[in-house]
Design a protein around this ligand. Structure first.
Ligand code: FES
Ligand SMILES: [Fe+2]
Length: 324
């Protein structure tokens, strides 16, 4: 049993906390290209309302423009009054490096130089993918702890589910439950592999032989070989977590591989990764702005079959399965 102090040390993610500093040394999935601090350097306008333009994000208050490095590149009124003004060169907002990986955009918020991008297999496989996103009102560590609990799907996802749909008068939605007969855990270089055998199974089964890796700090790889999924839990602050599902569909999965419609891909400015900023005095979190900007220097992953669904709006989150 962890003491309160030990628990706080592992779960708190604010700037300057021990775990917050460790997590900032990893690349985190975000939704759009370019990420900077939340408030304009001029009069502190919330850049969540910024206007994404070809060359950066424009503050809606007086029109200052910032490029993807956070450098101010235009100050329209100031330059009208004095065309030789160079004041904008002194205005630099905090910004973070962004890279594209397997259809995802990853941000790095730790000390320079950045760590290497993760080499996890799903990001490099050539298969259509489906990316879902939701905000879970929970500390990130609680979700990871649940990832290492192999028995709960039998009861929470199945037994309780069957009870609920039965109560709803929809017994046809009840599913057969398989009892857990053996669970196992193996620590390895990148985390822990979780294994299970359910009723009627053997050690040859995928869920035992391959198992589901829980990767430090916050990945779970689950699903099946034909349709594997990463569940990624990015801390937003101490009590909220951005939850990504990144699922691949190989030909063996039998899932029809239809192209995604453009209108299914939101590309608006939205708030995310609040944990880059200090907590708001009200107790609510402040925001960091992630906006679509042009970034000619950022490498693109050659993956023509990627059909990324980056849900900016949690209400559009996919109906993927919960952690298991
Ligand atoms: S507050 Fe952003 S340009 Fe004035
Ligand atoms: Fe679960």
């Amino acid at each position: 049993m962890l003491s309160t102090e030990q628990n706080d040390r592992l779960s708190r993610v604010g700037p300057g906390t021990p775990m917050g500093d460790v997590l900032r040394r990893y690349w985190h999935p975000i939704a759009t290209v370019g990420m900077m601090e939340p408030h304009c350097a001029h009069r502190r306008m919330n850049m969540i309302y910024g206007i994404p333009e070809t060359n950066g994000l424009r503050c809606p208050y007086h029109g200052w423009l910032y490029d993807e490095t956070g450098q101010c590149t235009e100050q329209p009124y100031e330059e009208t009054e004095d065309p030789d003004a160079r004041f904008k060169e002194k205005i630099q907002m905090k910004a973070y490096p962004i890279r594209e990986l397997g259809g995802m955009l990853m941000a790095y918020m730790g000390p320079m130089p950045p760590s290497e991008l993760p080499m996890w297999d799903l990001y490099y496989m050539d298969a259509p993918r489906d990316i879902g996103y939701a905000v879970v009102p929970s500390n990130w560590l609680q979700i990871m702890e649940n990832s290492l609990d192999p028995v709960h799907p039998e009861w929470l996802h199945m037994y309780w589910r069957n009870y609920v749909v039965g109560q709803m008068g929809q017994p046809e939605r009840q599913k057969a439950i398989k009892k857990h007969e053996l669970i196992g855990f193996d620590a390895f270089e990148y985390g822990i592999i979780k294994r299970r055998i359910v009723e009627g199974g053997t050690k040859e089964d995928e869920e035992w032989a391959t198992g589901h890796p829980v990767l430090f700090p916050y990945y779970l790889k689950s699903g099946s070989v034909s349709s594997p999924v990463f569940q990624i839990r990015v801390p937003i602050d101490d009590t909220n977590t951005g939850y990504w599902w990144y699922r691949l569909y190989t030909e063996e999965s039998g899932v029809p591989q239809t192209p995604q419609k453009p209108e299914e891909i939101p590309s608006t400015t939205h708030q995310y990764l609040n944990w880059t900023s200090k907590a708001h005095p009200s107790g609510k979190c402040s925001t960091t702005t992630a906006a679509r900007t042009s970034s000619p220097g950022s490498p693109r992953v050659p993956s023509p079959t990627v059909s990324a669904r980056t849900w900016a709006d949690p209400t559009l989150a996919s109906s993927s399965t919960a952690s298991s």
